[in-house]
Design a protein around this ligand. Structure first.
Ligand code: MEV
Length: 415
């Protein structure tokens, strides 16, 4: 009987886990040996990172070229599975006049939910009056963070009317310096909860960071000259931007393109891309309308200016950034010393990625470049040898017939 109830799977050795998997999914020896292939991240390290590990999952790591950010040159590591993204970002960076980026202070917000307070409005006020005591208590959690200028800075409290009665919402604002911040913030929220129960007479329920890091945002901007792009292309890009600014269906895809680049660098540096994704999309709709994360306009010279702003909760200390061997190399490659510097790079990548997508979509269409790369993949799938891949792909692209069947015919025909 096939069952997913495996007792103490986490206590089993790798061989035992693989044996269970083999039987469950009816895997053959070849498939098991694929699972047994490790890259830079070995089993021991992976097994310490998450639970019930049976292997590692690899993604291509590519380098985006041509990036000049805050007058410094960067080769930027992208970890992702999608063709064209690295090439598009590199091209956008090549065409640009460079990027200027600035991160805000790294302030994260911890949320505490309090229910059952007798007089929520009055107690919310009382919480604010105790700000000093509460932040001091929170800061007793992490003396190292405080030593480096971080720590809890502020307490906000407000009342929510809900269908289950009034609740108090406390926001603890914490400067997390070079951490992503979830651990420090969550621990601080838990630490001050008994104090909050005393003040409010209510009961503390949820104590957790919010990924909508509105105080930890990054702005990046770039200029693309009209001599480089052509005035016609600029007009088309502006129309493409207006489409996203006025239609949620388009805005969603517009932002997806931005996240293609952002997530790829977030993953390559061992950061939490789900946190960044959740924050980005919530931020995009913070006005009540889901909007593009970028803006475009013409400057006085008629050049195209692009801007991006989004929250980026990423870190350089803690988590996979410090443990994943490739994340460590990627951080070294970027030469960043602070989380803010890293987020300035990531925001610039998001802008470049979006510019590239809009330019392609508004002019020749996205499929032309994409299909070229796709054709190569199809040629490989059809069994093209190293020296055949380009010619098979070219012929299929010319014919407008990109399929494994056609690739096989071309390979056969050239024998
Ligand atoms: C595809 O991964 C990303 C795009 O759809 C982005 C966009 O439409 O702006 C090309």
């Amino acid at each position: 009987m096939r069952t997913s109830h495996v007792s103490k799977f986490y206590k089993k050795t790798l061989q035992e886990r693989l044996a269970i998997l083999k039987e469950f999914a009816e895997l053959n020896d070849e498939e098991i040996s694929q699972l047994e292939k490790y890259g830079a991240l070995d089993f021991e390290m992976a097994d310490r990172m998450i639970e019930n590990v049976v292997g590692t999952f690899q993604l291509p790591l590519g380098l985006a070229t041509n990036f000049k950010i805050n007058r410094k040159e960067f080769l930027i590591p992208f970890a992702l599975e999608e063709p064209s993204v690295v090439a598009a970002a590199s091209n956008a960076a090549k065409l640009s006049e460079g990027f200027e980026a600035k991160a805000s202070e790294p302030i994260m917000i911890g949320q505490i939910q309090i229910v059952g307070s007798q007089n929520p409005e009055k107690t919310a006020e009382a919480i604010k009056e105790k700000e000093k005591e509460l932040t001091e208590k929170a800061n007793s959690v992490d003396s190292v963070l405080v030593k480096f200028g971080g720590g809890a800075k502020k307490v906000e409290a407000s009342v929510m009317e809900t269908s289950r009665g009034k609740m108090i919402k406390v926001h603890l604002l914490v400067d997390v310096r070079d951490a992503m911040g979830a651990n420090a913030v969550n621990t601080m929220c838990e630490r001050i909860s008994p104090e909050l129960e005393k003040i409010t007479g209510g009961e503390v329920r949820l104590r957790i960071i919010t990924n909508l890091a509105v105080y930890r945002t990054v702005k990046a901007t770039s200029v693309w000259k009209k001599e480089t792009l052509g005035e016609n292309a600029i007009e088309k890009i502006l129309d493409a931007y207006e489409f996203a600014a006025n239609d949620v269906y388009r805005a969603c895809t517009h932002n997806k393109g931005i996240m293609n680049g952002i997530d790829a660098v977030v993953v390559a540096t061992g950061n939490d891309f789900r946190a960044v994704e959740a924050g980005a999309h919530a931020f995009a709709s913070i006005t009540g309308k889901y909007l593009p994360l970028t803006k475009y306009y013409k400057n006085d010279s008629g050049d195209l200016v692009g801007e991006i702003e989004l929250p980026l909760a990423i870190g350089l200390v803690g988590g996979a950034t410090r443990t994943h061997p490739l994340a460590k190399i990627n951080i070294k490659l970027l030469g960043v010393k602070t989380a803010n510097e890293l987020s300035e790079i990531i925001a610039s990548v998001g802008l470049a990625q979006n510019f590239a997508a809009l330019r392609a979509l508004a002019t020749e269409g996205i499929q032309k470049g994409h299909m070229k790369l796709h054709a190569k993949n199809i040629a490989i799938q059809a069994g093209a040898k190293e020296n055949q891949i380009d010619s098979v792909a070219d012929q299929m692209s010319k014919e407008g017939n990109i399929s494994v069947t056609r690739a096989k015919e071309i390979i056969e025909g050239s024998k």
